[in-house]
Design a protein around this ligand. Structure first.
Ligand SMILES: NC(=O)c1ncn([C@@H]2O[C@H](COP(=O)(O)O)[C@@H](O)[C@H]2O)c1NC=O
Length: 199
């Protein structure tokens, strides 16, 4: 099954919260993720590709203090800048303002805000806006994708058998959905947040 870009939020078996973001892509598979300070960018290998589509290069994950913001487009930066309003509203305002992507698929925007205590998921598609606080259990994750899976639902829970960011990144990159490109994972520890990228 192809679900395009997707987020997984969850807890490792030893109880640390994590966020994973995987780029899966049929149309623009030649991309990489790059960490710059507290941000992770999705970049095309050929810079000219951004001239073909405005939605393929963006900051997909940011760490603000001890909070992780992640998503599939430019809304990630706006959400991070709005955290002062609380997680729910920081997600709601930018998703509503930017709306779904104006491409041929009306691709939804998906996002999450996670810290040690709480996790919110949100999305906007052409007929729905949703923001939901989700409770995370040890060794479990829940995914939210752009195609055929744009919902926040128990049916999208998966087991997470690994503790380390690099192991989770490899696991989610190879997870059953088709057209994997790159996966970014942030694991939230008490004192720091560990970010790793696969491959
Ligand atoms: N965020 C991304 O990495 C991203 N990659 C592709 N898109 C959009 O989704 C459309 C479909 O892409 P694909 O066939 O690779 O799933 C693209 O034309 C583009 O408008 C994206 N937009 C949202 O997911």
């Amino acid at each position: 099954m192809y679900i395009g870009r997707f987020l997984v939020v969850g807890k490792t078996p030893s109880g640390e919260s994590f966020v994973a973001y995987r780029v899966s892509s049929r149309s623009f598979p030649n991309r990489v993720a790059k960490i710059v300070d507290n941000k992770v960018y999705i970049l095309p290998k050929d810079p000219e590709e951004v001239l073909k589509n405005p939605y393929i290069s963006y900051c997909c994950l940011r760490v603000e203090d001890k909070t992780v913001v992640a998503g599939n487009g430019s809304h990630v930066d706006f959400i991070a800048e709005k955290l002062i309003y609380g997680k729910r509203d920081a997600l709601a305002y930018p998703l509503l303002a930017l709306d779904y992507e104006k491409d041929e698929y009306r691709t939804p925007r998906i996002a999450t805000v996670v810290d040690k205590e709480e996790c919110y998921l949100g999305y906007i598609k052409d007929d729905e806006l949703a923001i939901k606080k989700v409770s995370l259990n040890n060794g479990e994750g829940i995914y939210l994708g752009v195609y055929n899976s744009c919902k926040i639902d128990e049916s999208q829970k998966i087991g997470i058998p690994y503790n380390k960011a690099e192991e989770i990144a490899k696991y989610i990159l190879n997870y059953k959905f088709s057209h994997p490109v790159v996966c970014v994972v942030a694991v939230i520890y008490n004192e720091y947040i560990d970010i790793k990228i696969a491959p």
